[in-house]
Design a protein. Sequence first.
Length: 631
Amino acid sequence: MMGYLKLEDHKLLVDIIKNEQLTALFQPVVDLTTAQFHGYEGLIRGPSSSKLHSPEVLLRVATDCGLREQVEWLCHKVLNQSFQRLGLPGKLFLNISPDVLVRRSLDTLSKSMFFANSHEEVTQVVLEITEGERLLDYGPELLQDAVKRCRDEGVAVAIDDLGEGFSSLRLWSELRPAYVKIDRHFVRNIENDPVKAQFVRSIVEIALQTKSTVIAEGIETVSELLLIKSLGVDLGQGFYFSRPHATPMTCLTDESMVFLRSQGGHSKPMGEVTWGRDSLAGRNIIQMAPCLTPAVSNEAALGWFEANPGSGVVPVVKEDGLPIGLLARSDLIGSFAQPYRRELYGRKSCTQYMDNKPLIVDKKISVQNISQMLGNAERRHFLQEFIVTDNGHYFGLAHGQDVIRVITEMQIQAAKYANPLTQLPGNVPIHEHLDNLLRLRVPFCACYCDLDHFKPFNDMCGFSAGDGVIQMTANVLARFCDHDLDFLGHIGGDDFIILFRSTNWESRCQRILKMFGDTVVQHFTEEDRIQGGYYTENRRFEREFHPLVSLSIGAVGVPPGHFTSYMEVSRIASEAKKQAKLIQGNSLFVNRRYKMESPGYEAMSKNPEVFSGGGVDQGCIDEFLPIKPAA
């Protein structure tokens, strides 16, 4: 029975090849920045009444019958002829298995694939190597050679379904394709899956280094499109734009074109984030929601709400990206429920029923500030979404309830892990914040702060006085931190850490030392201040002199990619702190082993000052850079 079926399939397949019974379909590949068509992917269907109608079944049977090469050859011929006959613009993307590519490249590629009409036809072609197909009879060297032959003849190469198989990254690194197509699995519901978003973000970052163009397959919804575009993906393909068709459209619909252009350019990759850890963007409560333009009618807006039953409001955004209002479902439906309103105003602009005074905030605003704004604003702003912008342009929506939820979570987290004396974040949030900065590849400077000669002072004056000095230190450190950029934590005892993202971190450290020196003396008598310290009796009942309490800061610049965990940063910062403690008085010691893109760091590197008399090992000068403290 099985032999009969295989024989029947073989006969059917031979008839298809002989009579060229294949139908060409095309699906557009869209430039997400210009809203223009970059090209089309060519797709094949067998005879509609045949069990080989599906391309998956057709190719599987062709492989089983040993006719895979002939079938792919015919597919390319039919697709190219249809593409030329229809006069479609841009590139023609054709799927090809690795084995067939290797065998066909041994002959002149243009002749073997029926692209002999002109050189321009050849340069229009992009061959998509199906990543899921394994290379059966040839090694990677022959595949690389085949790809080189393609380039020599002006044919671009793409890796299809990136992420579907196990050899994706290896193929990418070996072949260096002009295009990489992300498998639709990573696009589907990406707005609800941060792991998928991180995968796509990583692909975009690698593509920037390899000069490959990224195509996202399988875009079906506005939400998927918004997030894909915000991650920096160049090109998109999917049912949202168009289904495969024998006579495809040559430009986007007006609605899709206006929507794409209204979203502006790509957002910055996450590795270049510029907002603070407690901002709206940093707390991931912004929804990448679609928007309407003033050109959309009330009738069309009602249709949009019917197609999106979960949305209560939709922003109205001008074509230049500037938001002008919020249209609420209830307001539109309530008006249309009145007699003749739909007939009279259905064709009018949707701006007629929108709220033209919505709450609009920038994505960099802290959740604490927006919480205060919501508390002082009208009740409607808390009960519905508000608009979030990026440098004045529409970015997304957020809800007041989400802000309150985040504020509550922050308060619980802070209370759980805060140091009981200073109420500053303790070790757990310190480690989490350090790892987060490293993961996002954000440059920062880690400053380990420690009090010198604190124990004898605490023993002599009592723990209450000691606690007062620690609290005073925390207040001084906090005063010179930018709370939207920098992070201050209390490691324990008299140890603190500051993670500076402020570029002027060196001058901030110098001002910390100056204020600490001016303030700490208030905890000593005038006699102690005059003689620079005080005497106590040691365990042998001998008078022993102790200097005044001072502050040492060990700093290390952390450029992106140099460290992988908080433990590495902690170790280097601790070494710098130990060197700082060798310097008498309030001191700053900078590890200059790792170059930081900071004006302050550049100035220090050009004008190094070695503190004399501080007991610094001169052999460490190349590795560490001590800075003379402010007077």
